[in-house]
Design a protein around this ligand. Structure first.
Ligand SMILES: Cc1cc2nc3c(=O)[nH]c(=O)nc-3n(C[C@H](O)[C@H](O)[C@H](O)COP(=O)(O)OP(=O)(O)OC[C@H]3O[C@@H](n4cnc5c(N)ncnc54)[C@H](O)[C@@H]3O)c2cc1C
Length: 490
């Protein structure tokens, strides 16, 4: 029986573990933290429960596929709830624009907010559907094992058809005319940790995911997904080693010989899958001479995706004006991205996202709102510096929200600030990036580091920094893809 070691029990690692174990591999999963799910992490403050990490769940069919390959039904483990209104966008002038799958309602709102957009809405949906279908067919489930895969004519043709040369913001500006409406759609760039002003229009497929397929919440908290995968992995006899940090990958003759842990013990696998962030863990765990195609210099040239400044706030009241997902836009959206990516600094006047899952599921916080307040943050400085005073920045965010009529401090019973430094340390995320690499340039968007090491024959990668990209459904796809290739190599 082939032995596979997986480093990291994020969604990507768990998926690969389940897939390979269900095909008869002996799988050992090593995770440095004391929970499975990586960035999808439960957090409790008194009676307030929070999902840290993915709050917005799209592509449920991808998550369900993991159960199906193991011959199980997702419904026996978790329940996806479709949100009737995905997101309430609140512009700086107080106008609201709700995103929903109800196209009649979308058009009705657009008639008021952007009459041109109302007339274009059907062709907009048609185009984002086309972009999604092309990307799914030619990109998501393809693995790029060698150069010929990258040079395949079909891929080249497909790439040309997915609007790689147009920016997301420009794309949305062709269908909508009101600045605020364009910005509400442009925010989808942040789902891949990037700027809408430069990342390719291809990613308007995220609008398809939400507007056509829907936005979901998992009953009992999105962390139920990670817990269900953990349960399934155990059922398939995956050995899960929590609190076990891998400190070294020893390579001999271009093959991993063994992996080493903090306590100096060794494990000898046939295959190794690295779910720990490639950008950080590969250079840290493998000696430079064993990875000539992935030098530290090369790594340093990649632009990390945005990070996040998060406040978990447990309140003793319920705010009537909040839905499940809420976005309070600033009055200068473009400046925010200049701050993040050009000046590498926190915005003084940021757009603020609030997830209040207790709107949908009161069991998450029976005594009042459970607010997950997130502001886009620049990746950590190269020396690991944060660049702000967290307390001051938190108070600025509260102040901005209070000016918008949302009172938090008066009703606060629990609070926790989570900075990019925490994200970097806790999850081993390169410079605290949420999604691995940014997709601000075409090369990084379409040619992420391969899932397979070019230098070490039995080392592969899953997770946000590799193909097909960041975000929870994509990292699950990376786990499925890598497991599928390895099982064919048997
Ligand atoms: C605040 C925040 C909000 C987000 N919002 C969304 C959202 O709304 N929707 C969405 O789809 N995505 C969202 N994401 C992104 C999503 O969380 C990630 O894309 C996804 O969870 C990453 O999964 P992964 O398997 O690639 O890696 P991770 O979850 O990072 O897992 C990697 C694992 O490797 C472990 N590890 C690292 N080094 C070692 C080592 N040396 N030894 C052993 N173990 C190690 C880490 O502890 C970690 O558990 C968000 C992320 C954050 C942080």
């Amino acid at each position: 029986m082939k032995k596979v070691a997986i480093i990291g029990a994020g969604l990507g690692g768990l998926t690969a573990a389940i897939s390979l174990a269900s095909q008869g591999y002996q799988v050992d999963l090593f995770e440095k933290n004391n929970h499975c799910g990586g960035k999808l992490m439960p957090y409790e403050l008194g009676t307030h429960k929070f999902d840290f990490g993915p709050n917005t769940i799209t592509m449920p069919h991808v998550f369900k596929q993991v159960f199906e390959i193991a011959g199980e039904k997702a419904e026996d483990y978790i329940q996806f709830i479709k949100l009737p209104i995905h997101t309430r966008n609140i512009f700086s002038n107080g106008t609201e624009f709700d995103f929903t799958n109800d196209f009649a309602y979308m058009k009705k709102q657009l008639e008021q907010l952007d009459s041109y957009g109302g007339t274009q809405f059907d062709s907009f949906i048609k185009e984002i559907t086309r972009l999604y279908n092309l990307s799914e067919k030619h990109f998501f489930f393809k693995t790029f094992e060698n150069l010929s895969d990258y040079l395949a004519p079909k891929l080249g043709m497909a790439l040309l058809q997915v609007r790689p040369n147009e920016s997301l913001h420009h794309f949305f500006s062709r269908y909508f005319q009101t600045k605020e409406v364009i910005e509400a759609f442009s925010r989808y760039a942040t789902y891949i940790g990037s700027s809408p002003y430069v990342s390719p229009a291809t990613f308007s497929l995220i609008a398809y995911l939400e507007l056509v397929q829907g936005v979901y919440y998992i009953k009992g908290g999105n962390v139920q997904l990670a817990q269900a995968y953990e349960k399934l992995a155990k059922k398939l006899n995956v050995n899960i080693h929590l609190n076990t940090k891998v400190t070294n990958i020893h390579v001999e003759n271009k093959k991993v010989k063994h992996i080493e842990f903090e306590n100096r013990e060794n494990y000898l696998p046939d295959e190794v899958i690295m779910n720990a962030d490639l950008l950080k863990a590969y250079p840290e765990l493998v000696n430079a001479e064993d990875r000539p195609h992935f030098t530290t210099k090369k790594r340093d040239r990649y632009q990390p995706s945005i990070s996040a400044f998060v406040i978990l706030a447990g309140l003793n009241v319920r705010n009537d004006q909040l839905l499940h997902h809420n976005v309070y836009f600033s009055n200068d959206y473009q400046q925010e991205f200049k701050d993040l990516f050009t000046h590498h600094k926190y915005s003084d006047n940021p757009t603020i996202y609030i997830s209040n899952s207790s709107y949908t599921d009161k069991t998450q916080s029976p005594d009042g709102d459970n607010l997950f307040i997130l502001v886009n943050a620049p990746p950590l400085q190269k020396d690991g510096g944060l660049g702000i005073d967290p307390e001051e920045y938190k108070n600025r965010i509260y102040h901005l929200l209070e000016n918008k009529g949302l009172s938090i401090r008066k009703h606060l019973v629990h609070e926790k600030i989570i900075t990019p430094q925490y994200i970097a340390e806790k999850f081993g995320a390169y410079r605290g990036a949420l999604y691995g690499l940014s997709s601000n340039n075409k090369l990084d968007a379409f040619l992420r580091p391969s899932n397979f090491s070019r230098d070490i024959s039995n080392l592969s990668f899953v997770g946000g920094s590799t193909h097909p990209g960041g975000g929870s459904p994509m990292v699950v796809i990376s786990g499925l893809n890598v497991a599928s290739v390895l099982s064919k190599r048997k």
